[in-house]
Design a protein around this ligand. Structure first.
Ligand SMILES: Nc1ncnc2c1ncn2[C@@H]1O[C@H](COP(=O)(O)OP(=O)(O)OP(=O)(O)O)[C@@H](O)[C@H]1O
Ligand SMILES: [Mg+2]
Length: 415
């Protein structure tokens, strides 16, 4: 057997799985039940030392290909599941089943607190949430396309969603059909969008027939709307701007707007046109501007919208500190104090039994929302100390436990 691992420190060597058997026949304690999207291949989940892994059985060729693609996408900072290892040549193991010949296994890290769309819809999503999910799919496609990735099979089953400051963010889970190019042509992007519309339309029709969609959500219209959402975002990011030489401030405005959308500008190409006007093309690199800023200021790893939220809180903390001390405090010093004096103690005040129900950054975001709501109601500025118990009782205590439950001999289920 041959086993390739992406990172030495993150390899589940202790997993001791029966690699010589077909994945469908595995009967081991570490398997856990998790709801997941529909798939042609068998996918099962195993837990080891508090980390859960998704294991997919497919042909060796496709497993190797997908492993390599996922690693490249992750290196580019894109929102994809993390490839952990790929297992091939299983037929060489003692007592190997003939069924494993040329069948590879792709091991990815389970994307924590992620949900497939099916689970979101069947657990009662609202129309507004359904629209947000389509925005998330469109944004994921824009990000992949900007990086030169042609997906070839964008679908709801190949996408996972995670809460990101009250909104859903989409992650790619299945890269099997993808291709990485330097850049994508308009034709390649068009084709990817057509495939997405067709897949999404079929899946939403199916969900509508099986469970019903949220009130007011038309399956076909909703699937087709992804293209318009994509186009609006793409145009905003990729359009060239033309302006007079004395309007250079508009370059700054453009860069600020791109940063606001979460994108960094790698390079600006400025061309002087025949009539003396300037054409500016911004070379945009991967999203994650706020996420990276939070990481550099505090070391926290959060998602993009969560990062915006944390930065706003950090900035108001800094303004308050400046007011109190009557002097300017450097951003890095203030961020560190915000982390040590506000963020960490606030989360530490959440009772342990509830702390795992959401990401830390999501809890912090919800606390800020709750503070706003309580302050509005009471007509005064309510402090975080007062908000914590009220929020825990009103919101956190009522949330379901995270889905993962270790269940010996469990088989994974399709929802
Ligand atoms: N790392 C992971 N984290 C969370 N869920 C995962 C992970 N890997 C797979 N899944 C779940 O398993 C499902 C099936 O995985 P995947 O799409 O890779 O299988 P597939 O057989 O290649 O699908 P297809 O039929 O589209 O070819 C996904 O929809 C997702 O819900
Ligand atoms: Mg799939």
């Amino acid at each position: 057997m041959k086993l390739q691992v992406a990172s030495k420190k993150d390899f589940p060597t202790g997993l001791m799985l029966p690699w010589e058997q077909s994945l469908k026949d595995w009967d081991v304690k570490s398997l856990v039940t998790i709801s997941h999207g529909l798939s042609r291949n068998i996918v099962r989940f195993a837990s080891y030392r508090d980390v859960v892994y998704a294991i997919k059985e497919t042909s060796e060729r496709l497993a190797l290909r997908e492993y390599a693609l996922l690693r490249q996408l992750e290196d580019m900072g894109l929102p994809v599941v993390q490839a952990v290892s790929v297992v091939t040549e299983r037929a060489s193991l003692p007592n190997a089943s003939p069924a494993v010949t040329e069948r590879g296994l792709l091991v990815t890290r389970y994307l924590d607190r992620s949900l497939p769309l099916r689970s979101l819809i069947t657990s009662g999503a609202s129309n507004e949430q359904a629209q947000n999910l389509m925005d998330a799919v469109a944004e994921l496609l824009v990000r992949l396309h900007l990086a030169g990735f042609y997906w070839g099979d964008c679908s709801l089953s190949n996408t996972l969603f995670r809460l990101d400051a009250g909104l859903y963010a989409a992650y790619l889970v299945d890269a099997e059909t993808g291709e990485i190019h330097d850049t994508l042509s308009p034709g390649q992007r068009r084709l990817d969008l057509d495939i997405a519309a067709e897949n999404l339309g079929g899946e939403l029709l199916d969900l509508d027939a099986g469970f019903g969609l949220p009130e007011g959500v038309d399956p076909i219209e909703t699937a087709l709307s992804v293209e318009a959402r994509y186009q609006a975002l793409w145009d905003e990011i990729a359009h060239d701007e033309i302006f007079a030489p004395d309007e250079q401030y508009r370059i700054d405005a453009r860069i600020r707007r791109l940063n606001q959308l979460g994108y960094d500008v790698d390079e600006l190409e400025i061309e002087t046109l025949a009539d003396g006007q300037l054409r500016v093309h911004a070379d945009v690199v991967e999203a994650g501007y706020h996420r990276r800023l939070v990481k550099s200021l505090t070391g926290l790893e959060v998602q993009e919208n969560q990062a915006r939220r944390l930065l706003n809180d950090m900035y108001s903390f800094r303004a308050w500190q400046t007011g109190v001390q009557g002097q300017d405090i450097p951003e890095t010093t203030s961020a560190f104090r915000w982390f040590a004096e506000i963020y960490r103690p606030t989360l530490d005040a959440i009772p342990d039994e509830y702390r795992g129900k959401l990401d830390d950054a999501e809890i912090f975001h919800q606390l800020l929302e709750h503070r706003w709501y309580m302050s509005e109601q009471e007509g005064r500025e309510v402090s975080l100390d007062e908000v914590i118990p009220a929020y825990v009782d009103a919101v956190l205590a009522g949330l379901p436990e995270p889905e993962l439950t270790t269940n010996p001999l469990a088989v994974s289920v399709d929802l």
